[in-house]
Design a protein around this ligand. Structure first.
Ligand SMILES: *Cc1c(COP(=O)(O)O)cnc(C)c1O
Length: 460
């Protein structure tokens, strides 16, 4: 199995980034419950034939869609060890928990958070944003909100930019506050939250008797990688007494790069910060993390004494606070191990350099687009994401053509950008996250867009 996977990783560029699942592979996902045992070698053969070739493509050098990590061989091996260990990190007194705390201490240092900060692994930033929202709710309402619920609370309202990731309004839905409680503030030409509008919204809401409690900044918006003015948001949150949360899913780990870190100035002032080791950190899925400025806020939000979780002075039930006291999960995998292996084996310097190289590719692509009469840049390039369109004279960035181009590119399998809307206009979106992506892939993207675009234009 190891030989096969290492061969697979070595041979990625010779394979398509994506291909549709054929009928014989599909049959493998439509079998009856396996009542009788199957030989392990035959199960593995099914994996090799029907699963491995038809995965989502995010390891491939030509993959530039959405925002996805590319993994590493080191992370893969750590996953094997972690599976063998089968540790449960909900609590108790053992070394795997201490490794998770080691990662917490490292991120505390990377993001210059105080020694009182605490945090934990969660599935991803969607979940980390949700947990942060619950922390903010407990801070404003007091811990009694856990018993009496939000219906007795003042009408809580939150703020983020209109470029905020969709999991933030959904977090308000899941918390029972409703997504209408989120004001999506206008953004400037660079995709950053407009501070004047934000102040005006807060003022108007207070005048209307609502209770502003949460301000969410983006350290890399999902569409274009824009980074809000984190210092200005921290100042305002201080003045207005709001919980200041940062969605850093995509960009926060840029702190590992001396080139990117200055763009994130102010990140150290957040009350809570969500980010994903499984994106720019390339730790295998899933490995989201939430870091909270005061650990006590997490405890006040989640700790629930239970007889069957009684703590002891010594022995396996010792260890003081357990992760289940600071988050929603009791059964938790050893996400820390693959993160520990990745950070130690590569070091933050090399990981940061790979992120900086991604940003450089984005700038090169933006320059290519500027020089190419048939292509149009649709959003400023702040980080590692380029939104553009095929817009030859007379066609004017036709949405249907750009959609068709992306489908053609996926089906051809050489490169895989994704689609988005920029100011309601369909755009081709290339997010450079993958450490395997090179200038060759960028050439293939530009060449493919022009070729498929010309084909569609001539058919009109
Ligand atoms: C990916 C992403 C999320 C969601 O994170 P998951 O780890 O996929 O749950 C949230 N915000 C931004 C900006 C993202 O890029």
């Amino acid at each position: 199995m190891l030989d096969d996977m290492i061969d697979h990783l070595e041979g990625l560029s010779g394979q398509p980034a994506w291909r549709p699942v054929p009928a014989d592979a599909l049959a493998v996902a439509r079998e009856a419950v396996p009542v009788a045992p199957t030989d392990l070698a035959s199960v593995h053969a099914s994996f090799m034939d029907a699963i491995l070739p038809y995965a989502g493509g995010n390891l491939h050098p030509g993959f530039m869609g959405w925002v996805q990590g590319a993994g590493t061989p080191v992370g893969m091996l750590a996953e094997m060890l972690s599976g063998g260990l089968n540790a449960n990190l909900g609590g108790r007194n053992h070394m795997p928990i201490l490794i998770e705390r080691q990662i917490r201490d490292w991120v505390r240092e990377i993001f210059a958070f105080p020694a009182t900060a605490d945090g934990l692994f969660l599935t991803g930033t969607s979940q980390a944003n949700f947990v942060a929202l619950l922390v903010a709710r407990t801070r404003i309402c007091g811990a009694a909100v856990r018993q009496v619920g939000v219906t007795k609370a003042p009408r809580l309202v939150a703020y983020a930019s209109n470029e905020v990731h969709g999991c933030v309004p959904r977090a308000l839905e899941m918390a029972g506050l409703g997504s209408d409680a989120l004001t999506r503030v206008a953004t400037d030409a660079a995709g950053r939250i407009d501070m004047g509008s934000l102040r005006a919204h807060i003022r108007a809401d207070r005048a209307a008797g609502l209770t502003p409690f949460l301000l969410v900044g983006s350290a890399g918006t999902v569409n274009s990688g824009a980074i809000d003015d984190l210092d200005a948001l921290a100042d305002l949150a201080g003045e207005e007494d709001l919980h200041f949360h940062i969605d850093g899913a995509l960009g926060a780990l840029g702190m590992m790069s001396p080139e990117i870190a200055p763009l994130l100035h102010g990140i150290e002032r957040a009350d809570s910060l969500a980010f994903d080791f499984h994106k720019w950190g390339h730790v295998p899925y899933d490995a989201g993390f939430l870091l909270v400025r005061e650990g006590i806020w997490l405890k006040e939000t989640f700790a629930s004494p239970a007889g069957y979780l009684t703590r002891a002075e010594t022995g396996l039930a010792a260890g003081g606070d357990w992760p289940c006291d600071i988050g929603p999960d009791l059964s938790r995998s050893f996400r820390a191990l693959k993160t520990w292996f990745t950070l130690k084996t590569y070091g933050t310097q090399a990981l940061g350099a790979a992120m900086a190289a991604n940003c450089q590719l984005a700038r090169v692509l933006a320059a290519r687009i500027a020089a190419e009469p048939d292509l149009e840049l649709l959003a400023p390039v702040a980080l590692n994401i380029v939104c553009f369109g095929y817009a030859p004279d007379g066609v004017g960035g036709d949405g249907a053509i750009n959609r068709a181009i992306v489908e053609d590119l996926h089906n051809a399998g050489r490169v895989a950008p994704s689609l988005t809307l920029v100011k309601d206009r369909p755009a081709i979106r290339a997010a450079f996250v993958n450490h395997r992506t090179t200038a060759d892939d960028l050439d293939a993207l530009v060449e493919g867009v022009l070729r498929f675009g010309a084909g569609h234009s001539s058919r009109r």
